[in-house]
Write a protein that binds this ligand. Structure first.
Ligand SMILES: CC(C)(COP(=O)(O)OP(=O)(O)OC[C@H]1O[C@@H](n2cnc3c(N)ncnc32)[C@H](O)[C@@H]1OP(=O)(O)O)[C@@H](O)C(=O)NCCC(=O)NCCS
Length: 184
């Protein structure tokens, strides 16, 4: 799905561009994912596990662009990649085609400016327009910043998986499941 580009004014008064990813973003996105994985313990990957190449990422962007309801949305701040959010189907089966799974990451130095909020708001609006009925996600226990943002955007907790992540330092994290209804 291609989302119409939008300019937002953030809390610091500067503008941020939200747009759908293009194939030419592949290299920047991969570098960003490696950086983000190093900046937060609450993402699923460690930096050394991000092994996709530009060809693979480009093909993913192309597939998502042509999808009726999946999205790869980029935030640009000062002309550089500041964050991104994805929505993807776990399966294309008809029984679950009203649901989509969301992921989001913003560069640490830019946290708290409202970029995450704008990405999620755009995803909510575009997903609803695309006929979806609910956005779902998982958030590791302890990720209070993300959890509070999701709650502020209308997500509610639907479950908890103990023992969901085991960090290299031995820390064990549970995972909350959350959902945002789009039909109300
Ligand atoms: C979670 C994340 C996407 C939020 O992005 P962001 O651009 O900082 O989000 P925003 O600035 O729009 O909103 C931040 C919200 O966090 C909350 N928040 C801010 N500071 C906080 C703090 N110290 N503790 C808890 N919550 C806090 C507030 O609800 C705030 O919203 P508000 O200021 O509008 O009330 C970003 O922190 C991130 O990429 N984290 C690492 C990766 C990650 O955890 N991704 C989600 C995996 S489930």
């Amino acid at each position: 799905m291609i989302v119409e580009s939008k300019l937002f004014t953030l809390k610091d008064g500067r503008s941020c561009l939200l747009r759908s990813a293009r194939i030419g973003d592949a290299d920047n996105l991969i570098a960003f994912m490696v950086l983000a994985a190093a900046e937060s313990p609450y993402l699923i990957s460690y930096p050394d596990e991000i092994s996709v190449n530009a060809e693979f990422e480009g093909a993913l962007i192309e597939r998502i662009s042509q999808s009726a309801d999946e999205m790869l949305l980029i935030a640009e701040y000062g002309g550089r990649l500041a964050g991104f959010a994805t929505t993807m189907k776990r399966t294309s089966r008809r029984k679950v085609r009203h649901r989509i799974e969301m992921g989001i990451t913003v560069k640490k130095s830019l946290w708290g400016k409202g970029i995450g909020r704008q990405l999620i708001q755009t995803i909510i609006e575009a997903s609803r327009a695309g006929g979806l009925e609910q956005i779902e996600l998982g958030v590791f226990a302890g990720n209070e910043r993300a959890r509070r943002l999701y709650e502020a955007m209308g997500f509610v907790e639907t479950g908890f998986t103990p023992n969901a992540a085991k960090l290299d330092d031995g820390t064990v994290l549970g995972e909350y499941r959350m959902m945002r209804t789009l039909t109300e």
